[in-house]
Design a protein around this ligand. Structure first.
Ligand SMILES: Cc1cc2nc3c(=O)[nH]c(=O)nc-3n(C[C@H](O)[C@H](O)[C@H](O)COP(=O)(O)O)c2cc1C
Ligand code: SF4
Length: 426
């Protein structure tokens, strides 16, 4: 029996992505039709029962976020979809945006209805240029079909969706930087609090959710929260789009039921990763993007759920699974990760701006036989602690997640090139 499911990805690659009729043919817009006959509270009750955790990386419970926003009296409220997808190794939102844009549009429209919003924004990664055009065409077609624009489904509900293009900065995926960038400001993170639900886009109450989170809403409304929960893990319902890359034999995006497959299934099952290229052995996997943890082969039997991965010191994050074979040096890999963070640090705060540069200078010493001493190793540990605790936003706080987990599992590679002091050697 197949371990894969098609819930969010139903119709992906099989239908004309911008055709409303084709989307209706795979059950499209049934969720919206049901939602407009419900109250906002009823829709949110289903999202809460579904235990949908935010699919953008932070795994925040969507139901609680929605409930909080509902109780804020100020209007207008805005819906913002985070389609920045800047996390390396992550390309699952691209599948929805490119192959099923109407599912996302339906999910955003349901949330617009719930919050009485008049406008939604999709902030799309700048590199997805072709996809942006397709998204705009899909929005136009939804309007022509009466699913967007004025008096949607004859319910007196007006709602429009605008597409905004990012310019390629990873930090703009952080929700407050994303709102600044959407407003035309420099894409740097804001001080929080105030919470974005209260003071968000144009200083108004705002919902920010990821593409996959919002695209899960039609199925939750249609099937009901209990059924959606049952498909996945008791702590986190439904499915997850995972992205396999690196030395996997079959890179791609696969939809899996949360908690019902293991990491080993994802990497080795013929329907998913089908092992490693050239039949090589796995050395480690890197989960959730560059900001996520690294795990060794001994953790392959961990079930792929938010709870189980967290217990094993791992995390779902964005859904990325970068597979690395036995030929890869941990230190060289971490140098690549840190180069990424140096490039993407927005420079606003010292722990991240300077910390990443200091990290790479120590890592480069560790890559050379006899290049580092024990003080370097101690400095590495101090940098990790300081950057995690003192960086202003999630970028700097998580830049050391890979290093920290690699330290736990591959300590001997950090120590291999360290010259011991006479006292320590004695
Ligand atoms: C540096 C950084 C980059 C991020 N990039 C993304 C991104 O590309 N897409 C995304 O959905 N969330 C990203 N996030 C998480 C968002 O801040 C936010 O948690 C998310 O959009 C909320 O939606 P969700 O609850 O549906 O996941 C990023 C966070 C940080 C700190
Ligand atoms: S941690 Fe600081 S420097 Fe790094 S991206 Fe965030 S605000 Fe910018």
């Amino acid at each position: 029996m197949s371990k894969l499911v098609t819930l969010v990805s139903e119709g992906a690659g099989k239908i004309d992505p911008i055709s409303v009729a084709a989307y209706e043919g795979v059950g499209g817009y049934e969720g919206l039709k049901k939602a407009v006959g419900m109250t906002a509270e009823q829709v949110i009750a289903e999202v809460k029962k579904a235990k949908l955790l935010g699919r953008g990386g932070a795994a925040y419970p969507a139901g609680s976020k929605w409930e909080h926003l509902l109780h804020i009296p100020e209007t207008p409220k805005y819906i913002v979809c985070n389609a920045d997808e800047g996390e390396p190794g992550t390309f699952k939102d691209k599948v929805i945006l490119g192959q099923l844009p109407l599912k996302l549009i339906e999910g955003i429209t349901i949330s617009g209805f719930v919050f009485g919003a008049k406008a939604g924004y999709i902030y799309v990664r700048g590199e997805y240029r072709k996809i942006q055009k397709r998204l705009i065409q899909a929005i136009e077609n939804a309007k022509k079909a009466g699913y967007l624009g004025q008096n949607i489904l004859g319910k007196g509900f007006d709602f429009d969706i605008h597409v905004i293009s990012g310019a390629g900065a990873y930090v703009c995926g952080e929700n407050s930087a994303l709102l600044n960038s959407t407003e035309g400001k420099v894409g740097r993170p804001r001080i929080k609090p105030p919470h974005l639900a209260e003071v968000g886009l144009f200083l108004q109450p705002t919902l920010v959710n990821n593409v996959e989170s919002l695209s899960s809403i039609p199925a939750i409304v249609l099937k009901g929260g209990d059924e959606y929960l049952r498909i996945g893990h008791p702590d986190s319902g439904g499915t997850k789009l995972i992205c396999l890359s690196g030395h996997t034999a079959k890179p791609g995006v696969y939809e899996i039921p949360l908690g019902k497959i293991t990491l080993r299934d994802a990497i080795y099952d013929p329907e998913m990763g089908n092992g490693l290229k050239g039949g090589k052995n796995l050395k480690f996997f890197h989960l959730g993007g560059q900001s996520g943890p690294i795990g060794p082969a001994s953790l392959l039997d961990t079930p792929y759920s938010y709870t189980d991965l967290r217990k094993a010191g791992l995390s779902v994050g964005s859904g990325a699974i970068v597979v690395m074979d036995e030929s890869v040096s941990i230190i060289d890999y971490l140098i690549g990760v840190t180069e990424f963070f140096i490039h993407e640090s927005c420079g606003k705060c010292v722990p991240c701006r300077e910390g990443n540069k200091q990290l790479i200078s120590v890592l480069r010493k560790l890559a050379v036989p006899g290049g580092a001493n024990e003080t370097d190793l101690a400095n590495l540990r101090r940098l990790v602690t300081t950057m995690t605790a003192a960086s202003f936003c999630g970028l700097g706080q998580t830049a050391t997640a890979a290093l920290n987990s690699a330290w736990k599992h591959f300590r001997e590679e950090f120590e291999a090139n360290v010259t011991k002091t006479a006292a320590a050697a004695a």
